[in-house]
Design a binder for this molecule. Structure first.
Ligand code: GLN
Length: 323
């Protein structure tokens, strides 16, 4: 079926979804990272961007929050850019774990494989793969330049969050050394973990994340800058990873219900990609038990429902140009 939307329908849906989700109670800020526990839990923003650059922003869309696990998406893209999607499959994997994001058990179950670059193990492994090997500063520059390219503007490190995470990331230290033992850390282990911790501590806004999401939806061309950031062949690969494990052990339920591949972070951010149609991002700190933002999920789900969209629907979706 053909679905022909106007931009004002998209804008109205975003506003209605925002108002609906604002009423959703429940959840709690991540409490295992001290900085995140203290963020104002009333903050809430929703941003949508189309591949042609038109955008809608509702609420606290300029607030800079911790990107956390959403950072796993751009760094996976970077590794695919620097090697190939096939290399990522071989060195890290592309399997859903069905387990929490920080699971050590998942590493053991997957025959010592990190499973996917979108859980902690695979993301630390991905940071170890970033080129140029052995040079922490140059690797960090590659990671942040890539995010800047995807967002059309730079992320800013939240020093306090970085310190907070570095002081408390004992589980991730265990994951790193376990992976090292299995030959899945491709550079210095301490450096790889530090790069991962730092990328999680980057401050980002929903406006920036919506541009990143729209760049993926547009097959690698940033709608804001017009720059081709990555090869179009990478778009379906990263979207597959997002669809299979973006919400960790709730990924199946989420895709089944919402119809949009999305990736969450414990900072309260969610990035959603509807290929060829739009990118969406939401942020609100209170999380459900799996670490996914309650209001961000509600907003994106409602937005999809109002417009009758879904990646599996088989519809050809167009948005009319403004008159
Ligand atoms: N920095 C966090 C961690 O490694 C990210 C987790 C997340 O956002 N799910 O625990």
């Amino acid at each position: 079926m053909d679905i022909n939307l106007t931009f004002s329908q998209i804008s109205d849906a975003a506003n209605e979804a925002y108002q609906y989700a604002r009423q959703q109670k429940g959840g709690a800020n991540a409490n295992y990272i001290p900085y995140l526990a203290n963020i104002d839990s009333g903050l809430f923003g929703l941003s949508v961007m189309l591949p042609d650059g038109r955008s809608v922003n509702v609420g606290d869309t300029g607030y800079r929050f911790g990107i956390e696990s959403v950072s796993k998406v751009p760094t996976a893209i970077l590794c695919m850019r620097q090697t190939s999607p096939q290399t990522i499959l071989q060195k890290i994997g592309a399997d859903a774990t069905g387990l929490p994001f920080n699971s050590i058990f998942a590493i053991l179950l997957e025959n010592d494989h990190p499973s996917t670059p979108l859980v902690n193990a695979g993301a630390i492994s991905a940071c170890s793969m970033v080129q140029p090997a052995g040079d922490a500063d140059a690797k960090w520059k590659a990671i942040t330049d890539n995010i800047t390219d995807l967002c059309g503007s730079a992320p800013v490190l939240i020093d306090e969050l970085y310190k907070s995470e570095s002081d408390t990331n004992f589980n991730n230290r265990a994951i790193t050394w376990l992976l090292k033992n299995y030959g899945r850390i491709y550079d210095d282990p301490a450096m790889s973990l530090d790069l991962y911790t730092r990328q999680c501590s980057l401050g980002i806004t929903t406006e920036q994340l919506a541009v990143m999401a729209a760049t993926i939806a547009a097959g690698g061309v940033n709608p804001l800058t017009g720059k081709r950031v990555f090869d179009s062949g990478i778009a379906p690969k990263i979207t597959t990873l997002i669809a299979t494990v973006g919400f960790y052990q709730h990924s199946g339920d989420w895709l089944y219900t919402s119809g949009i591949p999305a990736k969450s972070g414990v900072g309260g951010g969610v990035l959603g990609v509807l290929p060829g149609v739009l990118g969406i991002a939401a942020f609100a700190p209170p999380l459900d038990a799996a670490g996914n933002s309650v209001k961000a999920q509600a907003a994106i789900l409602r937005f999809m429902e109002i417009l009758g969209l879904g990646i599996m629907n088989g519809d050809r979706v167009t948005v009319a140009a403004d008159k």
